[in-house]
Design a protein around this ligand. Sequence first.
Ligand code: FES
Ligand SMILES: [Fe+2]
Length: 325
Amino acid sequence: MLSGVPVVLFRDADGRARALQDRCAHRHAPLSAGRTCGDGIECPYHGWTWDGDGRLAALPAAGLRGDACRAAHPGLTVPAHAVHESQGFVWVASLSGAAPDAPPLPFPHLDEPQWTSFVMTTRFAGDVETCLENFLDCPHATTVHRYWFRAPTARPVGASVCRLDDGVQASFREEPREKSLVWWLLAPGGGEMQHTDRFIAPARSQVDYRFPNGWAYSITSSCTEVGDDETVVTTVMSFRTPGIGPLVRLYFEPLSRMIIRQDVRIIAARSHNRERFREAGVPPRAEASTQADLLGPLIARWRHDLACGREPLAVAPARETRIYL
Ligand code: FES
Ligand SMILES: [Fe+2]
């Protein structure tokens, strides 16, 4: 599913990944229930076959195939999505998205020596903006992930918010990291941690932590809208802990999965609550944001501008602020 629209994904005779809308142009049978063949994908109902570009490749009952088939029925096509493969991922562009032929951004560090990585795929009951804000929102960690990821210290943390060419970024100074399981297990003691949270338009977040001894963690999440209030997130967790990467992974991976499940639950609870109010007929009310919501409103604005074809909002010069964590 992409934005609620069923998509069939298959490999053509050359092994190339292809994606078509999952609906035969004839009687609308699902192509995903058919089979692949040399010409493309064969519909399970009458055997019409569609190539990877969504062009008719065979119409058995009319005795037509290839060019003859297309010449006889030039208007018969199935919408095709641009597909890109990189780093072991298959990316399918949304038909409604801007620049559907743009190749995806690579995940940083995934193939770099010195770095260890693992991938998590998670389904959230929330829209893309909700997910992106959650991944880049520090304050929720002291409640949703209390003592796992952050412990509430109420200490001021300096934050600098700036616009980049491709998104917005918050960087933090003097961030406390004591009294939480994650940092107890994963962070070397002493020295200040460098932490940046970055939104990369249109649908990616990247969180980086760097330590004075050279250790580093980088968490990149790419969001795919699969339906209304439904997002599938691919997260690449990468870390540079020379010499002990596999050992760190042993406890970092289950810990990360546990923490992301906490986010899944709070986002599902929020969506469910919105639905309860909608069903009760309570008039919609805008969400409230404050200066402690560093990136969420900027992400929403940026994505709104992109959707309207406008130049995204400028955040210049950098805005200095503080939040209490
Ligand atoms: S419905 Fe696909 S060939 Fe008839
Ligand atoms: Fe979280």
